[in-house]
Design a protein around this ligand. Structure first.
Ligand code: ATP
Ligand code: PRP
Length: 235
């Protein structure tokens, strides 16, 4: 398929030479970075420099496409970089998209990786937690305050959120909150900490995301990358 993406083999094809700026693809550090690499390869995108050196202090890397650089950021920050137009394209979990609900972000492609769910969980030995939807107030420890508040508000329950960035599973036993809202995949972290899943809020996979304004102003370049990723998903 002949796509209008700057070819690395054409001399003088740097986007900067033609007066347009480089596109930036924001990738999340951590587990998704590993999972997304085969897809990048199928899309013909190879990050360069010392991208594969986990100890590198560089944050921005060139690729085999002179018009596209990659940045490596925290998973939660991918959405923010793309929403603010610092990056035009990104790879981001649906959990993060739900949390921020940025209107500037368009998420056209489900990449089918990073599969898990956002759930409400509580202590195994607190069966009353099952009835949280009937209470007027709950305390919830989470790194998803927006998702938690909206989820309980939709049932007329006010969620008092204790904001944590990890180890949410400790919160009920240490008295920070009665419930948690967190990601669950195998359920082994919940089990290991005496918790049980009470309710699934949403299924999660990673998405290819784009900045809506960038897509309007650069439909050919960004559209071509979307087409490449779409094709890579079916390859
Ligand atoms: N257990 C899991 N199984 C599958 N996907 C997951 C799991 N945990 C997280 N994810 C997905 O991977 C994304 C990144 O999670 P990861 O654990 O790598 O980073 P993080 O711990 O949220 O970030 P940070 O390192 O900034 O705290 C999440 O937003 C979610 O979409
Ligand atoms: O159901 P499981 O298969 O046990 O997976 C769920 C765990 O995975 C995630 O944590 P992660 O490993 O990313 O650690 P972190 O949140 O502390 O970064 C999530 O926050 C849960 O703790």
């Amino acid at each position: 398929m002949d796509l209008p993406i700057t070819s690395p083999s054409l001399p003088g094809s740097r986007a900067a030479d033609s007066g347009t700026s480089d596109l930036i693809l924001a990738l999340p550090k951590g587990r998704i970075l590993k999972e997304v690499q085969p897809l990048l390869a199928r899309a013909g995108l190879i990050p360069g420099g010392d991208f594969h050196d986990e100890d590198s202090r560089h944050l921005r890397f060139p690729t085999n496409h002179p018009g596209l650089d990659v940045v490596r950021v925290r998973p939660f920050d991918v959405a923010t970089f793309v929403a603010h137009g610092g990056a035009q394209i990104g790879v981001c979990g649906a959990d993060v998209l739900m949390e921020f609900d940025y209107p500037e972000i368009y998420a056209p492609l489900d990449l089918g990786i990073g599969r898990c769910r956002v759930s409400v969980a509580g202590p195994v030995d607190d069966p009353i937690a099952e009835e949280a939807n009937r209470w007027s107030r709950v305390t919830v420890a989470t790194k998803y305050p927006g998702i938690a508040r909206r989820h309980f508000a939709a049932r007329g329950v006010q969620a008092e959120v204790v904001s944590l960035h990890g180890a949410m599973e400790l919160a009920p036993s240490l008295g920070l909150a009665r419930l948690i809202v967190d990601l669950v995949q195998t359920g082994s972290t919940l089990k290991a900490n005496g918790l049980v899943e009470r309710e699934v809020i949403a299924q999660v996979t990673s998405r290819l995301i784009v900045n809506r304004t960038a897509l309007k102003t650069e439909p050919e370049r960004i559209g071509a990358w979307l087409a490449r990723f779409r094709e890579a998903l079916t390859a």
